[in-house]
Design a protein around this ligand. Structure first.
Ligand code: HEM
Length: 173
């Protein structure tokens, strides 16, 4: 077993694998509400870096949907955390924020998209993301009962800050 790099100790509570306990709720003012399940994997190889992968599935059909992966770093000696994220929708992102105990709040610092980005889970007829996402805010927190909660809100250039995702997970290993 690889020893955890001491720099990562404050994020120890996040490490391991998680699976949604009940389906998460997806919303946004412009879309039909949906339900999804999700598996999260956080691992390390002894470096002061966490590797992560998030895989979401349609709650009914179980088909793969949104996917993200990347790396997490902490600025040593501070509570500043950075996520480097690649999403299957063609979005890449740097989110930064602060860790307060078992509560991690992040916001978009940098955002870029591939030139032909469309979300893969959308009906072909409807070109997706006709506008720009301007800001993504994300909170992870460990709940008193040991579950993990993730909430994602976002701002687009035609919608004010609105919730997109809310989900809770239990440890799967
Ligand atoms: C729609 C962004 C994660 C499922 C959208 C839209 C955006 C977006 C911009 C379009 C809203 C509109 O059409 O007005 C993001 C970002 C994510 C994320 C930035 C991660 C940080 C997820 C996850 C799921 C998901 C984890 C889980 C399955 C959907 C669905 C729609 C959608 C089903 C509606 C598609 C439709 O209109 O047909 N998302 N999303 N998204 N997202 Fe996400």
């Amino acid at each position: 077993l690889l020893e955890l790099n001491p720099v990562l100790h404050p994020l120890n509570w996040l490490l391991g694998n998680w699976e949604s306990d009940i389906p998460g709720e997806g919303t946004f003012p412009t879309i039909k509400p949906f339900r999804y399940t999700e598996k999260l994997y956080f691992s390390h190889v002894g470096q002061p870096v966490i590797n992560f992968m998030f895989n979401a599935f349609n709650a009914e059909s179980k088909k793969p949907m949104h996917r993200e992966c990347g790396f997490i770093r902490i600025q040593p000696g501070t509570n500043k955390v950075a996520f480097m994220i690649a999403q299957n929708s063609g979005l890449v992102e740097i989110e930064e924020g602060e860790l307060t105990g078992n509560h991690l709040k992040l916001q978009t610092e940098k955002l870029a998209r591939i030139s032909f980005a469309k979300e893969p889970h959308v009906q072909q007829v409807k070109p997706h993301m006709p506008f720009n996402i301007c800001q993504i805010c994300r909170v992870f927190q460990l709940l008193p009962d040991g579950k993990l909660e993730q909430t994602v809100t976002m701002v687009t250039d035609n919608q004010p800050l609105s919730q997109h995702l809310h989900i809770t997970y239990r440890r799967s290993s």
